[in-house]
Write a protein that binds this ligand. Sequence first.
Ligand code: NAD
Length: 381
Amino acid sequence: MKIGAPREVFEGEARVAMTPDSALQLQKLGYDCVIEAGAGSKAGFSDAAYKEAGVSVVKTAAALWKEADIVVKVRQPDATETKKMRAEQTLISFFNPAANEAGMKAATKAGTNVIAMEMVPRISRAQKMDALSSMANIAGYRAVIEAGNNFPRFFTGQVTAAGKVPPAKILVIGAGVAGLAAIGTATSLGAITYAFDVRPEVAEQIESMGAEFVFLEFEESSQDSAATGGYAAPSSPEFREKQLEKFREMAPEIDIVICTALIPNREAPELWTPDMVEMMKPGSVIVDLAAEKGGNCKLTKMDEKIVTDNGVTIVGYTDFPSRMATQASTLYGNNIRHMMTDLTPEKDGVLVHDMEDDVIRGATVTFDKEITYPPPPPKVA
Ligand code: NAD
């Protein structure tokens, strides 16, 4: 069978779902690989590099979708792409099934089986295919780099002949995958880093990355109720008030805030309020990774960078992984390659779509002309 990666059509998207390296691995599984010309160019992978890795290059997206039995993509397909889907084809891509009824209907009509990368269950066995985590890791890292790029001082404290420099103070709100990556990056650059999460169980992880867990004096039972199934649930108004009170206390001293707090299937909670922004020193920076879901800071403008009247820069970009397209494509390509390994038990270039496999079942959103989203809860943890 043939696996193909088209050029991403979403404006500004620089990632690609197959790299020359991942193509080599896919060939070891018995597949032929094909890309659309230029598919990897924005991520630093030339057509020549693919050819050298044994990948054939076709000129158009139409030819790619026609030739490939398995299409691998980064962004959910747009209408021009769903039209190219065909029977007995498998698409592996981010697909946003919760808000993409039309895409799932188009796929069932075409007879395409869709595996949605954001639906890979977050269980140990599936970590190697967990593209949400690999991309969140990049976003967390890049958020700190972006903050540094807009911050007019050092992160690390220094004593130099020209004067003493205090270290920057960074607060990371939300310590999931992106938040922990941000903490690791901030501490490695020498900043004094604080982090807060509603899930008290992450305190240990925060501290192991070199940051200080911002502790709230609050009844244990209420903090516990804020956590469900590994993800956060909305906090009680009392808890939120306590949290905001703490942040207000910290705001005048904090130089950089990295916001990553999210609650599945909801708007992002507002946690860094306009009065806190007002209290920050000129030159301070907020990078709001929750921008796509409305932002943890109300003043954030999605996909923009603004500077407030008091000189605080607020970055609301939503394309951090694409801004590190080589790294992101490499890790995403690996996630896909690992999924293909599970889908190819005999390493014979034949995809076996086993709906009894928890991971494959969980990620499959259309199969055999039926919508199979949402999946049943996984049986194994
Ligand atoms: P996410 O992106 O959904 O949320 C980011 C963080 O924001 C979470 O840590 C959440 O607790 C926090 N948050 C929500 N509301 C908040 C508030 N009001 N104040 C402060 N913080 C708030 O999270 P994620 O990175 O996708 O990870 C979520 C969970 O999934 C974690 O428990 C993580 O360990 C788990 N996970 C498991 C696996 C695996 O086992 N394969 C892989 C990745 C993540």
